[in-house]
Design a protein around this ligand. Structure first.
Ligand code: URA
Length: 209
């Protein structure tokens, strides 16, 4: 088996394990498990919080409104969805029952801990050049709960296994901004994205030497 085929096989085994997982109650309330999406050769890995309603229905990460914005953010720095691997800190949609409806809620620390081995395995298999965390919850899960997105987004950190890791605002959070707040946030996100592109190109050039 080629190295890439081994990564692919590992990802498929991980997806099957998640499919069978019932470590949390959300393992039983979900429609689909959302393991991750992208090629085994991806060198940029994006990590969000957890699946929402559309992701739960379709079994893929970032395919709702936030996903549409994420696709545009990637395109702005010349990446397509097919170039990157996208995962979440939890693989099942965290929900709250409100009457007959299910609402999204943030994952609990316990759910994130239960799901962490799956994410660690994805990172170990893919060994991406760069990890981009989307939003504070994903960032905190790597950098500790003292991480402050307002001050520390856009900075480079040493992520798992020494992989360069950077954080930007979550696209769903960007979508909730209006007026001057939205403009200001877009400017910051653009800086972060340019930094990802520059670091990625720098690392790619080093490999070619
Ligand atoms: N928000 C996330 O954090 N992840 C998804 O997959 C979708 C929305």
């Amino acid at each position: 088996m080629t190295a890439l085929a081994e990564v692919q096989a590992g990802l498929e085994a991980g997806a099957a394990a998640v499919e069978a997982c019932r470590r949390c109650t959300i393992g039983s309330t979900r429609t689909c498990a959302v393991y991750g999406d992208g090629p085994a050769s991806a060198q940029l890995m994006l990590i969000g919080e957890g699946p929402g309603e559309t992701e739960d229905r379709l079994g893929k990460p970032f395919v709702g409104r936030a996903g549409e914005l994420l696709t545009k953010m990637l395109a702005a720095i010349d990446f397509s969805r097919d170039d990157v691997y996208i995962a979440n800190t939890v693989k099942c949609r965290p929900t709250l029952a409100e009457g007959k409806k299910l609402k999204n809620r943030p994952p609990t620390p316990q759910e994130m801990e239960n799901c962490r081995p799956y994410l660690d395995e994805q990172i170990a298999l893919l060994q991406p050049k760069i990890i981009l965390c989307l939003g504070a919850p994903a960032a905190k899960s790597f950098l500790g709960k003292q991480f402050m997105i307002s001050r520390q987004r856009g900075q480079w950190f040493e992520g798992p296994g020494g992989i360069p890791l950077i954080v930007t605002f979550h696209p769903a959070y960007i979508l909730r901004q209006t007026g001057g707040d939205l403009l200001g946030m877009k400017r910051l996100v653009w800086q972060d994205l340019k930094s990802v592109r520059a670091r990625y190109d720098e690392l790619a050039a080093m490999v070619q030497l």
